[in-house]
Write a protein that binds this ligand. Structure first.
Ligand code: AP5
Length: 220
């Protein structure tokens, strides 16, 4: 099986998590979602969760040093040795610099930086309708991908919930933070000839085809 070493960035709701999971299924590289790791830590009330849950609730970024340490540790695990799909990291230039340094040291440079884009009206509709399973993490959308039974996961029967940061005020804060702190990554990766900008508007399947083409799997 081919391996892959990519980062996914883009505004909240662009579809990073949805598409990263599809890439993971196809390429078998580990998907590292920093948002999922932080939410899990918050639910379990671990020291990391206690330290960071306030940032998530407000829609702010967690400090760079915390995130870099977390990702560096995760990338050392055996399932990430050959390939990885970083979903939601890096989110600042400082994180990108540190990632570059870590990967250089490991001799496994990044192959692509996938920048998903979509206009704010699309992002807001997606985020306000998102529902996630408390048990298995499966993702739904109230309109675009509803479960068979309202509030219940098709896959495991778990309860579906709305993320705290998917409320109107927090969505607005996250979009602002993205523009100020994460959007500059486009130029950063363009200069390194790694940027692949991908139109995130359309069905999940339409976007999937663009993502697969961007990583060189053109036949699919
Ligand atoms: P994180 O969990 O990464 O949130 P995010 O970046 O805001 O991204 P989302 O998960 O909201 O959206 P997505 O682009 O993954 O879209 P998705 O596929 O889910 O981070 C949360 C927080 O953690 C941050 O705010 C920050 O506090 C902290 N954090 C994380 N990483 C950090 C870092 N590196 N540094 C500092 N802090 C960090 O899709 C959204 C919805 O749309 C779903 O319902 C889905 O079903 C639907 N959908 C997806 N694609 C389509 C489509 N094509 N058509 C219709 N519906 C679609």
């Amino acid at each position: 099986m081919d391996v892959l070493r990519v980062v996914f960035f883009g505004p909240p709701g662009a579809g990073k998590g949805t598409q990263a999971k599809l890439l993971e299924q196809k390429f078998g590289a580990c998907q590292v979602s920093t948002g999922d790791i932080l939410r899990k830590a918050a639910r379990a009330e671990t020291p990391l969760g206690k330290q960071t849950s306030g940032y998530l609730a407000r829609g702010d970024l967690v400090p760079d040093d915390v995130m870099v340490k977390l990702v560096a540790e995760r990338l050392k695990e055996p399932d990430c040795k050959a390939g990885f799909i970083l979903d939601g990291f890096p989110r600042t230039i400082a994180q990108a610099d540190d990632l570059e340094r870590i990967l250089k040291k490991g001799g496994l440079p990044l192959e692509h930086a996938l920048g998903l884009k979509a206009p704010n009206d699309v992002l807001i509709k997606r985020l306000s309708g998102r529902r996630t399973c408390r048990n298995c993490g499966a993702m739904y959308h109230a309109v675009f991908n509803p479960p068979a039974k309202d509030g219940v996961c098709d896959r495991c029967g778990g309860e579906l919930y709305q993320r705290e940061d998917d409320r109107e005020e927090q969505i607005a804060a996250r979009l602002r933070v993205y523009e100020q702190q994460t959007a500059p990554l486009k130029d950063y990766y363009r200069k390194r000839r790694l940027l692949r900008e991908i139109d995130g508007v359309g069905t999940v399947e339409e976007v999937r085809k663009r993502v697969f083409r961007a990583v060189g799997d053109g036949a699919k």
